[in-house]
Ligand binder design. Structure first.
Ligand SMILES: [Zn+2]
Length: 69
């Protein structure tokens, strides 16, 4: 469980970012948006203050680790 860095409320995890006009998943890419995809982003939302925390979905995955080196 994650707690909000701003107000220490329990966050709602397993959320995803979407683009309003299209349904493309949001991901992290090397250098800029045209770069090689590193991994999928997931987010947690604080229901108290609205703070949103982003995280790579599979940080322990070997393929993701290789792309970060
Ligand atoms: Zn909060």
């Amino acid at each position: 469980m994650k707690t909000c860095l701003r107000c220490q409320t329990m966050m709602v995890e397993g959320c995803a970012l979407t683009v309003e006009s299209a349904r493309f998943p949001v991901a992290v890419a090397q250098e800029d948006f045209r770069g090689k995809k590193v991994g999928r982003l997931v987010c947690a939302v604080c229901p108290q203050c609205g703070y949103v925390e982003l995280q790579l979905a599979d940080i322990s995955n070997e393929q993701v680790q290789k792309k970060l080196q």
